[in-house]
Design a protein around this ligand. Structure first.
Ligand code: MN
Length: 533
């Protein structure tokens, strides 16, 4: 499902059927509300290569405008094993397992349009397209009043249509063959905000910080990293006691920051090897949700939760005994450093561990506060919210740590002794954040509707749910220069140079060497959340 702003805004609902993308343009977008029927215009089939396209289509070309991948997932036909025939017959029932859209939808043909003009961006003039309706059945996934415009971000990049239009990574050239039509957008290397990799990192900028970026590395690792450097474009790499087949080592995975070299897969693997022992502390015993970007951070990514069947036998894994509909069955568990390197080589540049452990997936051992900036939230505003939470947690005597996300936001992780349910933990975080938010109502909105939010920040307590994850500490993020989600000291909230995206895979190593692992205190799950008055 793409959100496409062409002549008019519409959503493109696409199902892979018989080797193509059967497509409907839905002007008002899909909804989970079973009481609402949405008009859908059956438009021409699209090539499979288009399903994950996100970027811009040049003005004047078919569908000229901007496109995000609004939702993605698998689906099954219901009541037929020939969905192509069902479409031809004018009625198709499907079960969707998307990030946003779930449950049973019905597509039903109602007639032919009077004239051309499919949901915007259509070529038009072909004598009218089929009119259909899209609706959601009454089932467990139905939600009354659900509005797609309340969920405006791409499931791949987290970006909005506005953000993609302002800084597109790809453009679609419909004149080219489908497998070449998605073209990178040439990016200027001489951007004015050339801040450099150490900007915002007081340690990297301080005296003595210019030493080897590798000095924190265990000497035993040096030989393995040297071996990685001497591999050609791929081969067998012996690392952390495992034989790993690595591929495409010179492929660019992250576009460069101004004045820097692009970040290759070899760079990512080298970084992953340096932080893998730390990551094992945070990820062992937890299912790993991998956010894969097999074609690099400039292209769309995919949530990969299921460990593929071709994965090496030695990889530690967890078979989820109570996998819910649409949930994966077998997860990777990073019990040893080499498992993280396998994931990185697999294209997983973002690492998301569950907040519950596999022996009790229903019980969290973290409470999470997600400071989610709105369009109108400045970094200063976000710092105000973070400082207020710092004060509140200090007042309550609760041990917690903060980290920047590597994008625009910040998160606070609170380790807890296992016991309370996700619901109880979520309720506690909500109460705390509502108390904090009441101090600065002009900065915070509790509305889910993005328009009513008015660009304000959200204190997103809803992350405290089974199989909802935040990015792990030290995980790279899909953005130029490979920023990482870096833990910070509480005092750094008062540092005017702190930036949410200033630490990259090239600079965070020296920071770890200087400061140690600032997130380490969240590894002790020995505290209980105190009652809030
Ligand atoms: Mn479209």
């Amino acid at each position: 499902m793409q959100r496409h702003r062409a002549r008019r805004l519409h959503y493109d609902f696409r199902l892979e059927i018989d080797g193509v993308l059967a497509s409907w343009a839905v002007p008002k977008g899909p909804t989970l509300d079973p009481g609402v029927r949405r008009a859908a215009i059956h438009v021409e089939d699209h090539p499979l290569e288009y399903f994950d396209f996100e970027g811009v289509i040049p003005a004047g070309e078919y569908g000229g405008g901007d496109v995000i991948v609004w939702d993605l997932g698998s689906w099954e036909p219901h009541g037929t094993d020939d969905p192509g025939a069902a479409v031809a017959a004018g009625e198709l029932h499907v079960d969707l397992h998307g990030e946003k859209l779930r449950g049973r939808f019905v597509l039903i043909r109602t007639g032919r349009g009077r004239s051309a003009g499919g949901g915007g961006g259509g070529a038009g003039g072909d004598g009218g397209k089929e009119q259909w309706l899209l609706l959601h059945k009454h089932d467990d996934d139905a939600i009354e009043g659900w509005d797609p415009e309340d969920h405006p971000r791409s499931v791949l990049s987290g970006r909005t249509n506005d953000e993609v239009r302002a800084d597109p990574y790809r453009q679609w050239r419909s004149g080219l063959p489908a497998d070449q039509a998605s073209q990178p957008v040439r990016r200027s290397a001489a951007s004015p905000q050339a801040a450099g990799p150490g900007a915002g990192d007081p340690e990297a900028a301080g005296p003595g910080a210019a030493g080897s970026a590798r000095r924190h590395i265990d000497p035993a690792r040096e030989a393995e990293l040297l071996a990685l450097d001497t591999l050609g474009s791929g081969g067998m790499w012996e690392v952390f006691g495992r034989q790993l087949r690595v591929t495409n080592l010179d492929k660019v995975l992250f576009p460069p920051l101004p004045g820097e070299e692009p970040v290759t897969k070899r760079d990512l693997l080298r970084y992953s090897a340096t932080v893998a022992p730390l990551l094992v502390s945070y990820l062992a015993g937890r299912a790993l949700n991998m956010h894969r970007f097999p074609n690099g951070a400039g292209s769309p990514g995919f949530w990969h939760k299921e460990l593929p069947s071709h994965a090496p036998k030695w990889l530690p894994r967890w078979d989820n005994p109570e996998a819910k509909a649409g949930e994966s069955r077998t997860y990777l568990v990073v019990e040893e450093p080499a498992a993280l390197l396998w994931a990185a080589n697999f294209g997983a540049i973002e690492w998301h561990g569950w907040t519950s452990r596999v022996d009790r997936p229903d019980l969290p051992d973290y409470a999470l506060i997600d400071l989610d900036p709105g369009e109108g939230t400045s970094w200063e505003d976000l710092l105000i919210l973070a400082r207020l939470h710092r004060t509140a947690l200090d007042h309550l005597g609760v041990r917690a740590r903060a980290k920047v996300t590597g994008r625009r936001g910040m998160q606070i992780w609170i380790p807890i002794e296992r016991g309370p349910t996700f619901e109880a933990t979520r309720g506690w975080v909500e109460q705390l954040s509502r108390t904090v938010g009441a101090v600065v109502p002009e900065l915070v909105s509790w509305k889910w509707n993005v328009t009513e939010r008015g660009g304000r920040a959200r204190l997103d307590y809803t992350q405290n749910v089974r199989n909802k994850t935040l990015v792990a500490p030290y995980s790279p993020r899909p953005a130029p220069g490979a920023p990482v989600s870096a833990p910070i000291d509480w005092e750094e909230l008062d540092d005017p140079d702190l930036r949410p995206d200033a630490f990259t895979i090239r600079s965070v190593g020296s920071r770890i060497a200087e400061r140690g692992d600032l997130f380490d205190p969240v590894l002790d799950h020995d505290q209980r959340l105190p009652p809030l008055a």
